[in-house]
Design a protein around this ligand. Structure first.
Ligand SMILES: [Zn+2]
Length: 376
């Protein structure tokens, strides 16, 4: 827990995010907006001692009591079930999402194995448990237990700012639902959100990291406003073509711009995948299917750029395997699951590129909207 003890923290204010030096008494604005109220001008200023004491408390080794305004971890309020077909095996799968304690993270538990030993049944959703990225993101443990196609539910969990969850599953693949994150968002909304006592820690980029592999490239750079994902794809196909989009990830932007974008595939690849034992559950109900330059789905696309939106959805899910929300901008071109995971390995291999921080709500008026799930 000592990772919480940062000499600096980020203070979220209506005027933007400020960097606070907890050893001294200074704050620095981290973006270009004009300050009002607490700090009169751009640059640095002195914080009242009372406010600093609260901030120091919030950083007191991650232990209680923390300041009243620190952004805390969350879980769901009640258990919720959902079921659906798995994309690759084509079998019916049941999921039960359950509340979990602070600092437990997102853990998948297989309930179809002939043992209760958590060393065998449990797999933490983390970048370093990813064991396959051929068609989807697969995680596994040392006992050889795996869970596949985790990216769409992970995208929903992280975009709705849920830190801790136990996901019981009776198969080795998360159901594909309609190919998007919508069903997972609906289930999480039904379960509701609960705040836990422990502060949420964020991974703050302190400098940029870039990776490259032929035409694929990606960069993760500092962005203290939160996670931003910018993606571009370029397909030799008239329907897809070149598509670019950037999203500042929040519960609102995820619901509005990303969640309903479906996975997609080409008809000519379908038979090939089936011969590899994949895509047995694939149908027009759970993917956008392209036959050459034609969309085969009756209702057409949900957005002209549904393809790049889905790539952003996948990236949000894959980046959530960092184990804590990232304050950074992920800019990727032609990247897939393997590349997204490679970026997290590059990040964690370089301790000088990032730090753990906690964020505080404004002292006088907590901004609960940052962690609230709206009713609809
Ligand atoms: Zn996907």
């Amino acid at each position: 827990m000592s990772g919480y003890l940062a000499p600096e923290c980020l203070l979220e204010m209506p005027t933007g995010i400020w960097r606070v030096d907890l050893r001294g008494r200074t704050v620095r604005k981290t973006d270009h907006e004009k300050a009002t109220g607490l700090v009169a001008a751009e640059g640095s200023a002195t914080l009242p001692e009372q406010k600093l004491t609260k901030l120091r408390l919030a950083h007191a080794n991650g232990a209680e009591p923390v300041g009243p305004n620190v952004i805390r971890q969350t879980t769901i309020s009640t258990s919720v079930e959902l079921s659906g077909i798995s994309l690759h095996k084509g079998t019916m799968v049941q999921l039960v999402l359950k509340p979990a304690e602070a600092d437990s993270g997102i853990v998948f538990r297989r309930t179809d194995l002939a043992t209760d030993d958590v060393e065998v049944t449990d797999v933490a959703a983390r970048y370093d448990t990813v064991c396959d990225t051929t068609m989807c993101t697969v995680i596994g443990n040392a006992a050889g237990t795996t869970i596949g196609t985790i990216e769409h539910i992970m995208a929903a969990i992280s975009a709705l700012r849920i830190d801790n969850l136990l996901i019981e599953i009776d198969a080795h693949e998360v159901p594909v639902m309609d190919g998007s994150s919508d069903a997972f968002v609906a289930a999480l909304d039904q379960a509701g959100l609960s705040e836990l006592p422990a502060p949420r820690r964020f991974i703050r980029l302190t400098r940029s990291i870039a990776i490259e592999d032929g035409a694929k490239n990606a960069e993760l750079s500092p962005n203290d406003d939160g996670l931003r994902v910018e993606f571009s794809i370029d397909f030799d196909n008239k329907v897809i073509g070149r598509q670019e989009l950037g999203v500042d990830v929040s519960p609102e932007s995820f619901r509005g711009d990303v969640s309903n974008a479906r996975t997609f595939g080409f008809l000519e690849d379908y038979e090939k995948l089936r011969s590899l034992g994949l895509a047995h559950g694939a149908s027009l109900d759970n993917a956008v299917v392209l036959d050459g330059d034609k969309v085969m789905n009756e209702g057409g696309l949900r957005a002209p750029d549904e393809f790049v939106r889905h790539k952003i959805l996948d990236a949000i899910g894959d980046l959530s395997l960092a184990g804590a929300p990232i304050l950074g901008c992920y800019r990727a071109s032609r990247a897939g699951h393997a590349f997204n995971n490679q970026m997290l390995h590059a990040l964690f291999a370089d301790q000088t590129a990032w730090e753990y921080v906690t964020l505080c709500h404004e002292a006088a008026k907590p901004d609960m909207s940052r962690i609230a799930i709206s009713a609809d």
